[in-house]
Design a protein around this ligand. Sequence first.
Ligand code: BG6
Length: 489
Amino acid sequence: MEPRNYWRGGLCVEVSSAPGSLIIFGASGDLAKRKLFPALYSLHQRSLLHETSRIIGIGRTQYTSESFREWLRPAFAGESTRFLEHVEYLAGDYGSAELYQSLDRILEEYEQRSGFPSQRTYYLALPTTLYQTVIENLSGAGMLSASDQEQSWRHLVLEKPFGRDFDSARELDLWLHKYLREEQIYRIDHYLGKDTVQNILMLRFANRIFEPLWNANYIDHVQVTAEESIGVGNRAGYFDSFGLLRDMFQNHLLEMLSLVAIEPPVSFAADAVRDEKRKLIESIRPFELSRLGAEVVRGQYEGYRSEPGVAGDSSTETYTAMRLQIDNWRWKGVPFYLRAGKKLAAKRTEIAIVFKPVPHSIFAPLTTEMLGQNMLVLKIQPDEGMELVIQAKQPGPKLCMGELGLNFRYADLPGGCCFEAYERLLLDAMLGDQTLFIRSDIIAASWRLFTPVLQNWEQYCELHPYQPGSNGPAAAAKLLQADKRAWRA
Ligand code: BG6
């Protein structure tokens, strides 16, 4: 079947990157090769990388610029010679001051030649244990403060984890702010770069029809699901000391939940959106220890303890489900159910907004319960799209009704779906747009919510085993059954 173009009209605000430099620390690593350089390549193919932009990879591996480009080349789907002209490489030890002096010299020469303001984006694609060394050295070399020249800047992009609980996150934050202002810090949550996640705000605030329904008067409950079929793979060392709640809830799930639940921001400006997110997370009711066992489910897949790199007696959770309540006018009394886990039946991330049933069924003998509930499903991945579930007449005998899914799939569009999250995030970091990056107070608010859980759940929440390839522990199903509800299958 020919792809059909569903779009009528369309407004695109696309700005190519500023003519500055992107410096990737950890350039010879996995993240750089698998995600960052392919994303930059794609930006270049779409003419979104400024023609004079320089990308400088820094790594410990002894490549020359030439051999680094050859190492990168297989990572790109098409012809990459023109793109690779933007790329250089500098080998060195992250702790050596000479590395930073050489880098600064290269950047200054480039900036003088180009005649553009000095705009540098440093990307730390490194283990967090190296952050301190790199940031202290950048600061020591005077490379974190821009000259007074108008439009000069220094941005620093960081990957998670941002702490492991409230105190450690605060400590990291205080430390970072010794070297950088908040406007310079770009904390990545790659979920925010996904087209389908960005679509949540467009759907809610560029359409009038949803807003009157988007509240406790019409919505029964919301389900946020992030299931994965993969296990911990070669990240067992990190994962076993972190666990699923820190790995997925504190960031990705809370970010998705806040986009669904925030109040309309005054504008689409970075701080206007992030102010609303902070308020929302702060409105989530804190967990009561005496009810923790009834609100939170911890699970671990069978065989996890035998994975290479995992402690034989590990009690780290690979699955978590929970019920949250938001104490504000819009959401009072509407439960938000969140679940995420590893080694489950399939990969699926989605948000289901489940509406209340009709107040009275005129279709006796069909009762309101039999009629089912309307549901809007935002399919984040992998089958990106949206589905509106309604009740409708089925062709057939007089009273024949069924659930109908009005389904939109991005894959049916001529351009397909979706852009790699890192494309958008790298472009925004280079442009200085912080909307899709996590602000320090939001991190603090989310750790404030989850730290008491992490500190107490070993005592209050049993660790439920579940079969790899299943839908998770039975206790997760019971969490909703207790409220006479069920997870979306
Ligand atoms: C990462 C987590 O942030 O997100 C991983 O550390 C997880 O454990 C991954 O697998 C999931 O990302 P995505 O984009 O594949 O859903």
